[in-house]
Design a protein around this ligand. Structure first.
Ligand SMILES: Nc1ncnc2c1ncn2[C@@H]1O[C@H](COP(=O)(O)OP(=O)(O)OP(=O)(O)O)[C@@H](O)[C@H]1O
Length: 580
């Protein structure tokens, strides 16, 4: 959709505000153009000696009243229009947030966070300006122009009007050329601001890594370069926009010279009064605003169009995760994969091929295998972040796609390796999916996740703020808080995605024992590099190059003497060396 299409749709929705603003504006325009005519009449009355005394005072008071009415009406219509344009900003931000929240990893793989943030702030501001300031100035300017031209032509002298308008086509041509440059410069400016934003965001996220690698100076130089690039682009855009003013100035000067030449000649020959020439000159002065408004409106619209060209692809991008299912709850039951295969876009080797498994409700399945063998990919298919290219996934005999995404996400408690803690207390972080959980419940799951004692040692215990604005927890503590969070949910499937990698073997054993005792029939899927975490699983699947290379119980796999058995021996040896 074009910017104008979008604005049309918005104006249709908020027509009452725009209509009220337009009505007030029309009154302002009528009053504004009446003033020079009135002034001309007073001057002619004074020159002829027919105006004086109380009539003169009443006419002057009338002029003052018109000025006051113009002031209040101007305030009124600006408020109406700005309220509408701010609403447009809110609507756009909500729409963008919804879209971003609904997109899957396939979308984010091609986007930069800083750039998306720039679109949500800078670009929406530019569209907001196009819907508010530009509409306001455009409507005002167009109305004033029509009325002033009407008064010049019909109310004063059409010959003067015809001559005064001669330079205007040249101005229109100048405007057209300038606005093309403004569009290009605005696009460039928004893109460079995005690049700068992206760099700041990445620097803040990776500040520890940058420091550890001693890259601060290099990063500072890049930052300075990007900031200078952004400033240059903004300056170029301003320079392009600044060209509107001299064009207007030159046009009006030429129009004034032509008017005075012909006007002087007509007055000299008695076919125009001095009052009429004064009125006409005042009308010419009143053209300054519509002309400046035209330049300003074009600049705002070009900026808005450049911003919209960056926003529209995001707002109209198809969802990488579709949500066409109709089943609102997942009843649990057997999870089944039939000959599932998947490859990432633009990746030739398949990340998964011919994977079949059956995980009954309440069962424990483990996924192991060398790095890059497809374990996380399989989880992504279960979480429906991607769709299998071949084969099918069923839950309780129903295709995964038949469930709504919401239902599916409620049915799965997923604990990733890198647990994210929000800026809130530890207790609130654990109770994220169940904000009404009691403190006793929170402490119970923290004990199951073997993190209760660690939390008690924090300065304010469970009320200690953590996350970005609080105390930093160790990787292992973060993982255990995330496990506690998952245990608090009632989801029938719990997925531990290498979620115990940062805890020692003893703590891992303790957590797994607690899990077995407290699972209460929940299905458990464990992905782990450490095989000690999976020895008790009902079934262990070894993935290699996306295929199941071994499967069975721990003892079966040891007997097979394949990758699992050699990895087990290696890890056992490593553990015994650690104990020495
Ligand atoms: N987003 C992606 N785009 C393209 N290829 C990907 C993507 N994610 C993973 N891959 C590729 O898919 C294959 C399987 O990766 P996956 O992350 O599933 O392995 P993994 O077994 O979980 O590895 P690890 O144990 O290191 O976490 C790898 O070759 C990987 O490079």
């Amino acid at each position: 959709m074009s910017l104008f299409g979008f604005l049309k749709q918005f104006i249709r929705q908020h027509w009452a505000r725009y209509l009220a603003a337009a009505a007030m504006l029309a009154c302002v325009a009528v009053l504004t153009v009446s003033i020079p005519r009135q002034v001309g009449r007073i001057i002619d009355g004074l020159v002829a000696g027919s105006l004086g005394g109380s009539t003169l005072y009443w006419q002057l008071a009338g002029l003052l009243a018109m000025g006051l009415a113009i002031y209040f009406l101007r305030v009124g219509w600006r408020l109406q229009l700005f309220a509408a344009s701010y609403q447009l900003g809110v609507d756009l931000r909500v729409a963008l947030y919804r879209k971003l929240a609904a997109q899957g990893p396939g979308f984010y793989q091609h986007q930069r966070t800083g750039d998306l943030m720039a679109r949500a702030t800078n670009d929406i501001d530019a569209v907001e300006m196009a819907a508010g300031e530009a509409m306001l100035a455009g409507f005002d300017g167009a109305l004033t122009l029509t009325l002033v031209l009407g008064m010049m032509t019909l109310g004063v002298d059409w010959r003067l009007a015809a001559v005064a308008l001669l330079p205007f086509p040249l101005m229109a041509f100048g405007f057209w050329r300038i606005s093309r440059h403004v569009h290009q410069a605005s696009t460039d400016s928004l893109q460079r601001f995005s690049a700068l934003n992206d760099h700041v965001q990445e620097t803040l996220s990776g500040v520890r890594t940058l420091r550890a690698l001693g890259l601060e100076a290099r990063n500072r130089r890049t930052m300075a370069q990007l900031a200078a690039n952004a400033a240059d682009a903004s300056l170029t855009a301003q320079r392009r926009e600044a060209a509107f003013e001299p064009t207007v100035g030159m046009t009006l000067t030429a129009a004034s010279v032509l008017t005075l030449s012909l006007g002087g000649y007509l007055v000299w020959h008695g076919s125009l009064s001095i009052g009429q020439l004064t009125s006409f000159s005042m009308y010419l002065g009143q053209l300054i605003w519509p002309m400046f408004a035209a330049g300003w409106v074009l600049a705002l619209l070009e900026r808005g169009k450049a911003a919209w060209a960056r926003l529209d692809p995001i707002l109209s991008a198809p969802l990488t995760v579709d949500d066409h299912g109709s089943q609102g709850t997942v009843p649990g039951g057997t999870l089944q994969l039939d000959e599932v295969g998947f490859s990432y876009p633009q990746q030739t080797p398949a990340a998964l091929a011919g994977v079949s498994l059956s995980l009954p409700a309440g069962g424990v399945l483990a996924l192991v295998g060398p790095t890059g063998s497809g374990k996380s990919t399989l989880l992504k298919l279960l979480l429906r972040q991607y769709h299998p290219k071949v084969g099918r996934i069923l839950w309780q005999g129903q295709a995964l796609d038949d469930y709504t995404l919401n239902a599916l996400r409620r049915a799965i408690s997923w604990v990733p390796q890198e647990a994210f803690l929000f800026s809130a207390s530890v207790a609130d972080n654990i109770a994220l999916v169940k904000p009404d959980a009691s403190r006793a419940d929170i402490e119970r799951v923290a004990q199951l996740a073997a993190v209760h004692d660690d939390i008690l040692r924090l300065p304010q215990g469970y009320d200690t703020p953590v996350g970005e604005k609080g105390v930093s927890l160790s990787g292992g503590q973060r993982q255990r808080v995330a496990i506690a969070r998952a245990l608090l949910s009632d989801a029938p499937l719990l997925i531990l995605d290498d979620a115990l990698s940062a805890v020692d073997t003893q703590t891992e054993t303790a957590i797994l024992q607690h899990l077995r005792a407290a699972r209460q029939g929940r299905t458990l899927l464990i992905v782990s590099h450490r095989l000690s975490a999976v020895v008790d699983a009902d079934e262990i699947l070894v993935l290699k190059h996306g295929r199941v290379s071994e499967r069975g119980h721990h003892t079966d796999l040891l007997a097979l003497d394949g990758w699992y058995a050699s990895q087990w021996r290696y890890q056992q040896l490593e553990a015994s060396l650690d104990e020495c």
